[in-house]
Structures are given as C-alpha cells and as structure tokens.
Design a protein. Structure first.
Length: 160
C-alpha cells in the first residue's frame, strides 16, 4: 500500500511540475554556462558592459533633469530611471564576477611578470565592479565617466 502511495505522490509531483512549466513558461536564463564548453565571446560581453554604462549615463542625465520637480509624473519617471540605473549596474557586476573572474581569469601563483600581470588584471576587474557600485550610490556624471574608463581598462584584456 505504501509503495502505491509513494508512486502516486511522485506522479502527482511530476505532473504539477510539468503543468507549472507549461503554464508559467519560466524566463530563459541569460548567463553563460559554467562548464568548460569553450564557447566564449569576450568582445560581446565587453560591448554589453558598454551598453549598460551608456544606459546608466542616460539614467543619470534624466534623473538630474528631473531633480527638484514636484510633479508626480516626473517623480514616477525619476523612480523608474533609478531602478534602471540599479539594474544595469548590477548586471555589470554580475558579468564581471560570474563570467570574467570565474571563467576567464586564471590564477597565477609565481612572483614574476606573469604574477604582476595577473594582479593588474584583478585590479582592472575590481575597478569595474567598484565603479558600477558607485553609480548605484550616486547620481554623478563623474561616477559614470569612471565606470566607462574602467570598462575600457578591462577591455584591453579581452581583444580578439
């Protein structure tokens, strides 16, 4: 009797999961796989970082233009620009940490020139993430320019 109850419960779980996947159609994952497939397009990732930075720059410009307005519509738009700025800065941090640092930067342990290059590469990745974080904290064009500059510093490591 217990065996049939377990089989019935398992079948109901499978059916419920299938129904959920069919009805709600979960979003497609955008992250690149973390297995050694060897399919990488580093310049495309760098271009995506540039697009994210351009979106942040536009958001900062629009937020600054709406500053001081007591119009409800302007407040709503400014809120939406803040959320957009946050999303794109978070995306930059995710790409640098989950794609570049985990899959592209290989640890070098010796103390020679290769180690110095490794440390510079780490510093360049960190600079992008720190600059992206700063754009989340401020509404400053200086922070945006620092982010753009950091991305160009990172791009030097990923030319094809």
């Amino acid at each position: 009797m217990k065996r049939y109850m377990f089989a019935g419960l398992a079948m109901m779980t499978v059916m419920a999961t299938t129904f959920t996947w069919i009805v709600f159609k979960p979003a497609t994952a955008e992250a690149h796989c973390q297995v050694p497939c060897g399919i990488y397009d580093d310049p495309a990732r760098i271009n995506q970082l540039r697009e994210d930075a351009a979106t942040i720059a536009k958001a900062v410009k629009n937020i600054q233009q709406m500053a001081g307005s007591h119009d409800v519509t302007a407040f709503n738009q400014a809120s939406r620009w803040v959320m957009t700025k946050e999303e794109h800065a978070s995306h930059i941090i995710d790409v640098v940490s989950k794609y570049f640092l985990t899959q592209k930067v290989k640890v070098v342990t010796d103390g020679g020139d290769a180690y110095k290059a490794y440390l510079q590469k780490l510093a360049d990745h960190h600079a992008v993430m720190a600059a992206a974080m700063k754009t989340k904290q401020t509404v400053s064009t200086d922070a945006v320019h620092a982010l753009e500059h950091a991305i160009e510093g990172l791009a030097k490591h990923y030319k094809k």
